[in-house]
Design a binder for this molecule. Structure first.
Ligand code: FES
Length: 196
């Protein structure tokens, strides 16, 4: 596989062509915040928190680091006023859904996000899809999925599968950036159905 050289935050980085900007940054100890990324899962690119800037000389392009693959000679900034402002707003939107999430609170502190900026719409789920994708891609069970669309979209366990598979698994719980509250709740609901 060919090697690519790029610059991240002023640091020369050597990467292989299949690496994403997130992988390349991580390989040299540069931390980019993520909410929907998991190394065992296909890139999803939904939370946008990992957005970084490509320095194109006279202009900067915003790209999602967990999806964008490395290119020869790229100059990447992982922090700037613009990026931090964007991350702050993203976190504020998520905090409206999950105001008590400790993971979000830690990030909010770093980016100065105000958890009361937007009206609360506490559903606990921020649609990162980690639980859904982990169950499908790693466990191959599809015991949890998204239902409905748009603002009504939420995760739900499939009672017939969940009642057989989830009790001894629960591997998705710690993946949830909102501390699995909704996952635990929905699972309990699912388990109310009799096992077949
Ligand atoms: Fe990249 Fe969520 S971690 S979009």
């Amino acid at each position: 596989m060919s090697e690519i050289t790029l610059t991240i935050d002023g640091k020369k980085v050597t990467a292989t062509e299949d690496m994403t900007l997130l992988d390349a940054a991580k390989s040299v100890g540069i931390d980019i915040p993520t909410l929907c990324h998991h190394e065992k899962l296909e890139p999803f690119g939904s939370c946008r928190l990992c957005t970084v800037e490509l320095d194109k000389g006279s202009w900067n392009q915003l790209v999602v680091a967990c999806v964008y693959t490395v290119e020869e000679g790229l100059k990447v900034n992982t922090r700037s006023e613009k990026i931090d402002r964007l991350r702050k707003t993203i976190l504020e939107l998520y905090l409206a859904h999950a105001p008590d999430s400790q993971g979000l609170a830690r990030l909010a502190e770093e980016y100065g996000a105000d958890k009361d900026r937007f009206d609360k719409a506490a559903s606990f789920c921020i649609h990162c899809g980690l639980c859904v994708r982990y169950c499908a891609e790693v466990k191959k069970k599809n015991a949890v999925g998204f239902i409905d669309r748009g603002t009504r979209k939420e995760i739900s366990f499939i009672p017939e599968i969940a009642s057989k598979e989830c009790w001894n698994c629960k591997e998705c719980f710690p993946l949830c950036p909102t501390e699995a509250l909704q996952a635990a709740y929905v699972l309990v609901e699912a388990l109310r159905f009799p096992r077949s």
